[in-house]
Design a protein around this ligand. Sequence first.
Ligand SMILES: Nc1nc2c(ncn2[C@@H]2O[C@H](COP(=O)(O)OP(=O)(O)OP(=O)(O)O)[C@@H](O)[C@H]2O)c(=O)[nH]1
Ligand SMILES: [Mg+2]
Length: 388
Amino acid sequence: MSIKQTVKTKKKKPAWTPKEDNESFASSVMEGVEGGHDGMETSGRNQTEKPAIKRRNLTIQDYVDGVLRDDRMILARTITLVESSAKRHLETAQQVLRKILPSTGKAIRVGITGVPGAGKSTFINVLGSELCRKGHRVAVLAVDPSSSLSRGSILGDKTRMENLSQEPNCFIRPSPSSGTLGGVNRKTRETILVCEAAGFDVILVETVGVGQSEAMVSTMVDFFLLLTLTGAGDELQNIKKGVIEMADAVLINKADGDNKIPAQRTRQEFNQALHLLKPVKEGWQTQAYCCSALTGEGIEEIWHVILEFKERMQTSGDFFARRREQSLNWMHEMIVERIKRSFFENSDIKKELPELEKMVSEGRLPVTSAVEKIMSRFRDLREEENQL
Ligand SMILES: Nc1nc2c(ncn2[C@@H]2O[C@H](COP(=O)(O)OP(=O)(O)OP(=O)(O)O)[C@@H](O)[C@H]2O)c(=O)[nH]1
Ligand SMILES: [Mg+2]
């Protein structure tokens, strides 16, 4: 095969696709799909032309204007910028975010969690497609704590999101590359803002029901939906983990075929248990519902529940009060995280801490005394630094 032919048959991928990515990546551009949601411009380009886009450096204003007019390529590049941990990118990203901030906040942010296989992707595909048909603009983001192991597994299942990924009113963004939970937290929150500025009015954040990611996602969305199944001890497991206490609705999926009646029974059991719990949000009683992402039954109902929630919270004023609280909590978390890092990464502290740790573990020094000592050392080091 000639070089020319090789190039021609090679699969195109969006500009932001990680280099090390493989074919399982959900958002590679599928053959036969006209551009648009993939972030590649289509206008003014024909089959024989070389790709019109040459990656040029964008100015802050380019990013801002591109996002605001929902230019998918610039949108994708802005998210890549936001996701970067490099200091120079961070500064540019922050300037972009500051400029788009007035255009953010208008979407309903919905978090969706559930154990692997609960049907989250299938559910998002059906709900998202239905919302697009109704004229909504839907952005799907993913938080996947395991993605460092299984690269983008959460949205790697192309087939589950097939309909949705072809909707021009939809934008699917796979999980940010792995990193600290704090890093993923920032990236996802800021990506939500970017998508809102681009005019998406529904943001769906999918996360796997393992680890701490659910707790994190629940603090960045307006409505938190727990997808569960009947049988398999799922119900109990969720209650134990405390996830149910974060949920604004519990949705028993796969209520189809032989599973329909057991699902309804599970729903009743959940409702009984939920009545005993303290409501997550004042003025809102979490309830259980059934649906089938396969047949579509119950999907409309859950969307109405979300809308009712939004209306009630907006009427009471809790909707925006909660968002403000979320922002402030996040800000404080970030401050604590930074302070922690500057302490533990300080080279003098790194040198001196092991000796104190040894003394504490051997019972030769009380913990409080050790902390006093090292903190006073840290204060001195900072003062020295300031005098330089
Ligand atoms: N019968 C039935 N099967 C379903 C339904 N929803 C999803 N499934 C199937 O359940 C399997 C898992 O669905 P996914 O949507 O990939 O589940 P997920 O929760 O996104 O899984 P992870 O991304 O691995 O966490 C697939 O084979 C789906 O076809 C449903 O409502 N009814
Ligand atoms: Mg999935």
